[in-house]
Ligand binder design. Structure first.
Ligand code: CP
Ligand code: NVA
Length: 326
């Protein structure tokens, strides 16, 4: 008999949870993006023989597939778990789900309806002294894995320094994707703007949070104002998963907030167009723009895998010689 209750091994002594992108810290973001750009064959197979739990309370194409392949690239075994199978706070508490999965897995990744579930899973593991990190695969509040892929995409186009001269204009709902993107941009010196209809813009708390990382954020109700001279136009669905009963109301509220050819013409001549996907052509983005030459949406989708591999390597690998220890 062995006394090993948990498979988790942290190179940082205690688990480094990633519930939003700022949990990585500025150094962590740089290290993750650097690992993401490395030839996967040059990475330490830090998940060799280990499991990674991928819990999904909501559907996913990109996040599930990119995460599974990222785990495999590091030698690990991904286990996809539908939300109903574990039943967070239905079959058992979020804390008990986390402690159970931590018995088998080196990392616990989850896409949840309620961000608080992730907070409780992380706190439950910390309280029990279990060194298994929790990674947010999207919650109603944040989408840090998407933000990492988006940063990677912006830097591939404009360079690390150049990205700081290419403001990102987000047109639409101040949602999970916007929040993580704006925080990541603020942390890395990329100016952002957001244009939303009344009642769907960022809260004062969100604005203060984004600005607290030192970046420039402009908030407006006018998409044209946000788009002028922007280096990237970004949008996401008007109704996120879990807001299905608001679809009709939001379609009315967001009319005029479509990234179309007219809006793109206001952006910088080298501007790119971004969307986390899935896209709704004719709503938040026109077909001509999302499928047009300035669109980088497939590069973003591909970068989901590279950035996830970088994140998992950072969480479970040998770690940097110094810095970012928690
Ligand atoms: N962008 C994104 O997270 O896509 P999925 O919902 O398909 O994972
Ligand atoms: N804001 C969207 C993003 C989907 C990837 C949602 O939460 O449904």
């Amino acid at each position: 008999m062995t006394g090993d209750l948990y498979s988790g091994v942290s190179n940082r002594g205690k688990a480094h949870h990633v519930l939003d992108v700022d949990d990585l810290g500025p150094d962590g973001i740089e290290e993750v993006l650097s690992l993401a750009e490395r030839d996967p064959r040059s990475l330490v197979r830090s998940l060799e023989g280990a499991g990674v739990a991928l819990v999904f309370e909501k559907p996913s194409a990109r996040t599930r597939n990119s995460s599974e392949l990222a785990v495999v690239a590091l030698g690990g075994h991904p286990v996809y778990i539908q939300g109903a199978e574990v039943g967070i706070d239905e079959r058992e508490t979020a804390e008990d789900v986390a402690r159970t999965l931590a018995c088998y897995h080196r990392v616990l990744c989850a896409r949840v309806m309620d961000h608080t579930s992730l907070v409780r899973m992380a706190a439950g593991l910390d309280a029990a002294g279990v060194p298994v990190p929790v990674v947010n695969l999207l919650s109603d509040r944040a989408h840090p894995c998407q933000a990492l892929a988006d940063l990677l995409t912006l830097r591939q186009h404009f360079g690390t320094e150049g990205a700081r001269d290419h403001p990102v204009a987000y047109i639409g709902d101040a949602n999970n994707v916007w929040r993580s993107l704006a925080i990541a941009a603020s942390m890395t010196g990329i100016p952002t703007r957001i244009a939303s209809p009344g009642g769907y813009g960022p809260s004062a708390e969100d604005v203060a949070l984004v600005r607290s990382f030192g970046g420039d954020l402009v908030v407006t109700g006018d998409p044209a104002e946000a788009a002028v001279g922007a280096g990237a136009l970004y949008t996401d669905v008007w109704s996120s998963m879990g807001q299905e009963d608001e679809v009709a109301t939001r379609r009315v509220a967001f009319a005029g907030f479509c990234i179309d050819e007219g809006l793109l013409a206001r952006a910088a001549s080298d501007a790119i167009v971004m969307h986390c996907l899935p896209a709704h052509r004719g709503e938040e983005i026109s077909a001509g723009v999302v499928d047009g030459p300035r669109s980088v949406v497939w590069q973003q989708a591909a970068n989901r895998m590279h950035s996830m591999r970088g994140l998992l390597a950072w969480l479970t690998g040998p770690g940097p010689a110094s810095g970012s220890e928690q």
